[in-house]
Design a protein around this ligand. Structure first.
Ligand code: HAM
Length: 433
């Protein structure tokens, strides 16, 4: 039986055209991270499952993780996310380095999911995290990084929004105001996480099953109706000093002109268990593409699992699958159909091979991107092939040029012709660049 030519379900082959798009996306991620002084890091593809069990949450462990027992009887997983790895790495070195620690990475991650639009079993995820920032400054900066990245792709507030909540607010409502116990609070989180994906009747059904007091139920539905920062602050104002801290955060995002992007949304709680502060997701405003492009939040206690004192961390992960959908939807991708090269060195007479290849190598030394044809090419085929290779110039060389030690250079678009001596390397490269 012949083997399938398709990749494993939910994974992708990256042909050069796909890789060009990915390179374009990654280049901007690295550029944006560097604009804010984030340093690149990476970790292993495999981690012990225990690392995720500690804080990532039931869904990831029970349904999504790719795990196996290795030959040394260790229970390991292919990384489904990067945050536990970066927390482990920071836990190991944080005492020796100046704070805040600003790191970024673009790992390939695996999750056993039902493949569908925007969701695969493998994706690349741009991660930016900041550790040890004072007060709410890290949260504000991380939102600024995310917005700057999107703006660097050419996107604006008519195309995307950041829906944001704070787990401390949710905890205050569920435990402080509704007086729910730990188990009910946990189940309420899971219900809120689904609130927008189910009908009102289905939502009410899930809530009824929790057997809340009628007072708690009223508070819960009032909470779900909150639609802006001011209302959220007022709603919790009687409960501790959280409202003033959240107010400080809101002032911070106003100050940096992030407010046009960031919107309060009580249904954003995020599925990962380690978040303790803000939680947010970036959404495409186009209703046809309503998957989260990015998700993130603040976590104060991740370092505790490594027996280290708590340290505030906040970050986000932005996936390449959803980002590409977003950029395609809003026509923000440049045309990357063909590769970009400078010149296609061809020769028409077999005797010219040596001189043509030597010329190609000399041009490369000047920084020119050169493709060679490697065998004689008929003149009438030169321009058709040149278009496919995405070059701006071609060279032609036959017996006459060989004898005169010269070369014809033609502009692909206009067919304009330039004649050079084979030794005019600098002149040729100046014309091309
Ligand atoms: P997450 O929400 O699980 O967060 O993933 C972040 C983003 O990765 C999602 O918004 C989505 O764009 C993309 N993504 C996730 N799963 C898939 C999938 N199966 N297929 C395609 N894209 C996917 C985290 O992973 C957190 N660790 C992010 C974080 C970093 N929080 C703090 N720092």
């Amino acid at each position: 039986m012949a083997l399938s030519k398709k990749p494993y379900k939910g994974t992708r082959d990256f042909f050069p055209v796909d890789k060009r798009i990915q390179d374009f996306m990654f280049k901007n991620m690295k550029h944006t991270a560097h604009l804010f002084g984030y340093e690149s890091y990476d970790g292993p593809m495999l981690e012990e499952v225990e690392l995720y069990k500690a804080k990532s949450g039931e869904e990831l462990i029970n349904e999504q993780i790719y795990s196996f027992t290795d030959r040394g009887n260790r229970f390991v997983a292919i990384r489904p996310e990067m945050t536990p790895t970066v927390a482990r790495m920071v836990a190991g070195i944080h005492k020796e380095v100046a704070k805040p620690i600003r790191w970024f990475s673009i790992p390939n991650l695996y999750r056993y999911e039902r493949p569908q639009k925007g969701r695969l079993r493998e994706h690349w995820q741009f991660n930016c995290d900041i550790f040890g920032a004072p007060g709410r400054e890290g949260e504000i900066e991380i939102l600024q990084v995310a917005v700057t990245l999107m703006e660097n792709y050419g996107a604006d507030s008519s195309q995307f929004e950041i829906l944001l909540n704070d787990r401390a607010i949710v905890d205050t409502v569920f435990t402080g105001m509704m007086k729910c116990d730990e188990e009910t609070t946990y189940r309420l989180y899971k219900i809120v996480d689904k609130a927008k994906k189910v009908t009102e009747v289905a939502l009410a059904d899930m809530v009824t099953k929790l057997d809340l007091t009628s007072e708690a139920e009223t508070i819960f539905y009032q909470y779900l109706k909150l639609s802006n920062f001011e209302d959220a602050i007022n709603f919790i104002s009687a409960h501790g000093d959280l409202s003033s801290s959240f107010h400080e955060f809101v002032l911070g995002i106003n100050d940096l002109d992030l407010r046009e992007y960031v919107k309060y949304d009580p249904t954003i709680v995020r599925g990962l268990d380690y978040y303790t502060g803000i939680v947010f997701e970036i959404f495409d405003k186009n209703p046809a593409n309503r998957r989260a492009i990015c998700g993130g939040g603040a976590y104060a206690n991740l370092l505790k699992i490594f027996n280290e004192a708590p340290m505030p961390g906040v970050g986000f992960g932005l996936g390449d699958v959803t980002l590409r959908d977003f950029l395609e939807t809003h026509k923000l991708l440049p045309n990357l159909e063909t590769a970009e090269n400078d010149i296609f060195v061809t020769f028409q007479d077999p005797a010219c091979r040596g001189e043509a290849l030597k010329l190609a190598q000399k041009l490369r030394k000047e920084g020119v991107k050169v493709i060679t044809h490697l065998e004689p090419l008929k003149f009438k085929k030169v321009f058709t092939l040149a278009a496919k290779k995405g070059v701006k110039f071609v060279t032609l060389m036959g017996d006459r040029e060989l004898e005169a030690a010269s070369i014809q250079v033609k502009k692909v678009e206009s067919k304009e012709q330039f004649d050079f001596a084979l030794t005019d390397i600098k002149k040729i490269s100046d014309l091309i660049k």
